[in-house]
Design a protein around this ligand. Structure first.
Ligand code: CA
Length: 547
């Protein structure tokens, strides 16, 4: 990478950091748009109309003649299917059709992706779950830089880049190129703390506001038989988040088993004081029966099992945790889960680490013969029409528009045998492409209590931290140079399993934490943690626009 391009990149990032922090999606909604961004968006909108007039194309047509491009996309192991209703509609309106290159029977995205790369036959458009892999493919020449194409032909994508810091940061690779258009997220909050309100009431307890109060409430859940069956069978604190479960508990003490930045400085949290407090807390909670005794192994069915068994008391989960108030109403009279604010940690700070970030989207391969048309097509999904198709489906069929312009789903979606999101995906909406996931769409399928959770957390952006790079599934996602990427991954391949193994053995009481700790730190140093920290600090400085 050239040094000067990094400087340009740093300047852009610096500008990004000084601009306002919003989780907004695009210029389509006035509510989340600053005045400047709105006028920019309006300006580009006008430019787009002008361009359309010049080209002589009607409506949303992108090409006068029908054109077809190939696409590699296997979102959630659902290979792209050109027969999906929404994509048929897209084709009708734009004159652009897509043909999937992944066999509809394929159920292994990684394998299909590697097969495509090794065959040398790249689809015109490529989408993949891992944005760092897309960037790598770009650096290797498999995806073309989109910067100039966006500048010239994609006014709606450009408007979102100008307006939304997090989206823009996701767009740029460290070499200054844009290799893919991300899938953006309008809502900031993702998961929420939930607790059995009926159990609190039964035991005469208040909603906890600190980690110590949470301990006392959960201790009571364990020992005072809130489910009333005379047995000490309650599982006060549980989660269904797989490997990151222990992380979600450690967040209560503002720590984790991985990296986290504070005041501009990258830390590896096991080396820090909060980690000691957190691990000791978890050991105690485990001994007291507050933590699910099977939390390392229970897996994704934990929530269903423990709630429907009237055993679980508190968890950290998506809005869907509120659905049980309806589904269990008959089986467990009075059952009531309510959202509550993240409890203040031992230092008095209220923080929510889990939030949403723009994710992987799609890019244009070096084998595409008509990138100009494809980028115009990609821009379509950032127009109001394309956005509605991807978020809401087909007007009059899957949704209707109210007099005030808001939308609502029809029963076809809300009362389908699938979940609402499942139904929408079955017709090709909410697929993995460069687009904005609409917050209103999500609220439209939420229950009242789910909406309450989402509104509560989204109205407290200060809980989420302002200098945070993407932090997905308990891991920080920074951008590295090619050399740093390899070195960093090598070091962490040795460190991360070691940390996880030790951590588990302490919580389960197999090893003694305090007796082990000094040796543990020495071993981390021997395995190169200082160098990994150095690489992460450099990547974080770049993120902050400092180098
Ligand atoms: Ca009981």
């Amino acid at each position: 990478m050239k040094k000067d391009s990094r400087k340009v990149m740093a300047l852009m990032l610096l500008a990004a950091m000084t601009a306002s922090m919003t989780a907004g999606c695009s210029g389509k909604s006035g509510e989340t748009t600053s005045t400047t961004a709105a006028s920019q968006a309006a300006g580009t909108e006008a430019a787009a109309t002008e361009a359309a007039t010049e080209s002589g194309l009607e409506g949303s047509l992108i090409s006068a003649e029908p054109k077809e491009f190939t696409i590699f996309d296997n979102f959630n192991n659902m290979p792209f299917d050109s027969n999906w209703q929404v994509w048929q509609e897209v084709q009708k309106r734009t004159n652009i059709g897509l043909k999937g290159t992944v066999a509809l029977t394929n159920s292994n995205e990684d394998e299909a992706f590697n097969l495509m790369l090794s065959s040398g036959q790249l689809a015109d458009i490529i989408s993949y779950k891992d944005s760092s892999e897309l960037e790598k493919l770009g650096r290797d020449g498999g995806l073309i830089p989109l910067n100039d194409l966006i500048d010239q032909y994609a006014p709606h994508i450009k408007a979102v880049m100008e307006e939304d810091d997090r989206f823009r940061q996701a767009c740029y690779s460290l070499d200054g190129n844009i290799y893919y258009i991300p899938k953006n997220q309008e809502l900031l909050s993702a998961e929420y703390w939930w607790i059995r309100k009926d159990w609190l009431d039964k035991l005469g307890l208040e909603v906890p506001t600190t980690v110590d109060e949470l301990h006392d409430v959960l201790y009571a859940f364990r020992n005072e038989d809130p489910n009333g069956n005379g047995q000490k069978d309650e599982v006060p604190l549980f989660d269904r988040a797989g490997w990151k479960m222990p992380e979600e508990y450690l967040y209560l003490w503002d720590t984790s088993t991985t990296f986290y930045p504070r005041d501009g400085k990258m830390t590896f949290e096991p080396l820090e004081e909060n980690f000691k407090t957190g691990v000791k807390g978890m050991i105690q909670w485990y001994e007291e029966g507050i933590l699910d005794p099977e939390f390392f192994t229970r897996g994704s069915s934990a929530r269903d099992t423990l709630l429907s068994g009237n055993l679980g008391g508190c968890t950290h989960d998506w809005v869907s945790a509120g659905n049980y108030n309806t589904s269990l109403a008959d089986a467990i009279p009075g059952f009531e889960m309510v959202p509550f604010a993240p409890p203040a940690d031992q230092n008095g700070n209220v923080k929510e680490r889990v939030s949403r970030y723009p994710g992987a989207g799609w890019g244009i391969s070096s084998m595409c013969s008509d990138p100009e048309t494809v980028i115009k097509f990609m821009d379509y999904f950032f127009t109001e029409e394309g956005d509605a198709l991807m978020n809401w489906g087909i007007e009059g069929d899957t949704y209707t528009v109210n007099a005030d312009g808001t939308r609502q789903f029809t029963d076809k979606v809300l009362k389908s045998e699938l979940t609402p999101i499942g139904y929408l995906r079955s017709i090709g909406s909410q697929y993995r492409i460069g687009m904005c996931q609409d917050g209103d769409y999500e609220k439209a399928v939420m229950t009242e209590i789910g909406k309450e959770a989402s509104d509560m957390y989204d109205s407290h952006p200060e809980w989420f931290g302002t200098d945070m790079p993407p932090y997905a599934d308990g891991e920080i996602e920074l951008k590295y140079t090619a050399e740093d990427d390899t070195e960093y991954k090598n070091i962490m391949a040795s460190i991360q399993p070691y940390v996880e193994e030790k951590f588990q053995s302490w919580v389960l009481g197999v090893n003694d934490f305090e007796a082990d700790y000094d040796d543990f730190i020495a071993e981390l140093k021997a395995r190169g943690i200082d160098r990994a920290l150095e690489i992460n600090q450099k990547a974080y400085d770049t993120y902050l626009g400092k180098n």
